[in-house]
Design a protein around this ligand. Structure first.
Ligand code: UN1
Length: 488
């Protein structure tokens, strides 16, 4: 990789203008595949910047919320077109800033384009129901109203799709937004915002303030004019947001961790199960809240499944995500690098046996990046740290069980409940799994990660709060119900 010399400084978007942070401070965003490369400088904002953005969003709300849903949708559609035209540039920036492969990055940008198109028509769909009244000559119905200014706090692992999947429904239902993208992937998020800004939203409808969670995220969560906070990220931060939001009566929506299982029974297509377990655990270097982190396999097929997974993992090409033959890029940051390696070490210390991987990679072009080998660990007891806690890295724990009953017990014996897969062609096993698994997103003969944008997304237990994202389910969070009675 050549080290780029011309580095751009990005600005916040407030009230329709690109502006520096009040304190003029910036932070560098670096390429995890080659940390000598600075992808851009991004503003380190403070509560003052947040306040300006919230004020702008608040003044933009009366006009934006009164526009017809069709008119709001026109702007979303225009943003989708602009983003589609820039797919290559945005995807390349995403790969350089966060590390995932270019193919995955392009897929993510196109997912965001599809989300914008999906929601662009949402403003013309039904937002209520007529309910028969018990009183004569009376019309009783519900309608949905926007909340006002909403705050969106988004993660670095999907810096294109997640801002859009929060922003598109927030906007189409008539809210105005202030977003704080994750600092590690702000350049990518800003390129997305350029498309939105050029699509022609009235000033103040969309605002972006870049900076740290402790300053910008906090200020947004605590601001009295922010009516709701939608957050995707860690449980630790999510809990703080929930407490603060609850205290001042703001609505909150949290999407947090997962410890997602794949269950494999003796009735599984083992080739398919192995292939999708490996892609579910290793794509994006395992940095998805929906990533597979445990393969729970019945003893009859354990050895055969293990061998198939091992062969596939051995064949994984790790490298710079920009190279066409790379399957797995680096992890996203130095922090991630240390955390993932420490998690692997914990697995080993507790008696786990590394079947493959487990070490950093630093030869040749990987010398200056945060590369870690795809890692398979077995001899994992369900009580071990590595079987309980989210690693958020390319690490798969193999757990051998006696039966589907035991597999379900192990699968459910964690604090999380986001996504879960089963591989089997036996109908009874499918139904037992659907009935008993504690998860929000369930796949039969499919990968645990990946979502369809028109369907509700979210988990149970510590993974999510209950208001779902995406599809029409997003309406629940981004609107409030008005029940209306009209007497003639
Ligand atoms: C996916 O599986 O493609 O932060 C999406 C995350 C999730 C999104 C997963 N909210 O990883």
């Amino acid at each position: 990789m050549t080290v780029k010399t011309e580095v751009k400084t990005y600005q916040n978007l407030i009230n329709g203008q690109w502006v520096d942070a009040q304190k003029q401070e910036v932070e560098k965003s670096i390429n995890p595949a080659d940390y000598r490369e600075i992808v851009g400088y991004v503003p380190l904002s403070t509560a003052e910047d947040v306040d300006m953005a919230v004020k702008a969003a608040k003044s933009a709300f009366p006009h934006w919320s009164k526009l017809s849903g069709g008119a709001r949708g026109d702007v979303l559609r225009k943003a989708a077109d602009l983003m589609e035209q820039r797919v290559n540039d945005i995807a390349e920036t995403l790969t350089r800033e966060m590390g995932k492969t270019l193919a995955e990055a392009k897929g993510e940008v196109m997912r965001a384009v599809a989300i914008l198109r999906y929601y662009s028509s949402e403003g013309m769909r039904s937002i209520g129901e007529v309910i028969p009244s018990n009183e004569e000559g009376t019309l009783l119905f519900t309608s949905r109203s926007p909340l006002g200014v909403v705050g969106l706090i988004t993660p670095w692992n999907f810096p294109v799709a997640i801002p859009i999947w929060k922003m598109a429904p927030a906007l189409i239902y008539g809210n105005t937004v202030v977003m704080k993208p994750a600092l590690e992937a702000t350049v990518t998020a800003m390129k997305v915002m350029e498309c939105l800004q050029e699509a022609g939203f009235p000033p103040g409808v969309i605002n972006v303030v870049s900076g740290s969670g402790s300053k910008v995220g906090n200020a947004l969560t605590e601001h009295p004019d922010v009516k709701a906070i939608s957050f995707t990220g860690s449980n630790q931060v999510g809990q703080l947001i929930a407490l603060k939001a609850l205290e001042r009566g703001a609505k909150y929506q949290l999407e947090m961790g997962g410890k997602n299982p794949v269950v494999v029974t003796q009735n599984a297509d083992l080739e398919l199960a192995a292939e999708l377990t490996v892609s579910g655990s290793m794509k994006s270097s395992g940095q998805k809240c929906t990533a597979t982190s445990r393969a729970i396999v019945v003893k009859e097929v354990y050895d055969e499944f293990r061998e198939k997974v091992l062969q596939k993992v051995k064949g994984i090409k790790v490298g710079n995500g920009l190279a066409a033959d790379t399957y797995m890029g680096p992890v996203a940051s130095q922090n991630q690098y240390h955390n993932v390696l420490a998690a692997i070490q914990k697995g080993i210390d507790e008696g786990g046996h590394v079947v493959w991987g487990g070490k950093p990679l630093d030869q040749d072009e990987m010398a200056y990046g945060y590369f870690i080998e795809p890692t398979l660990i077995e001899n994992v007891d369900p009580s071990m740290w590595i079987a309980q806690e989210e690693v958020f890295g390319p690490v798969l724990a193999l757990i051998k069980v006696d039966s589907l009953d035991e597999a379900l017990q192990v699968a459910n014996d964690v604090k999380y409940g986001l996504s879960a897969s089963i591989f089997t062609n036996h109908l009874n096993e499918v139904f037992q799994y659907l009935n008993e698994i504690e998860a929000g997103m369930i796949r039969v003969n499919g990968e645990s990660s990946g979502v369809e944008l028109q369907a509700p997304f979210g988990g149970v237990k510590a993974s999510s709060t209950q208001a779902r994202e995406q599809g029409r389910a997003a309406m629940e969070f981004f609107t409030t119900i008005k029940t209306v009675t009209i007497k003639a």
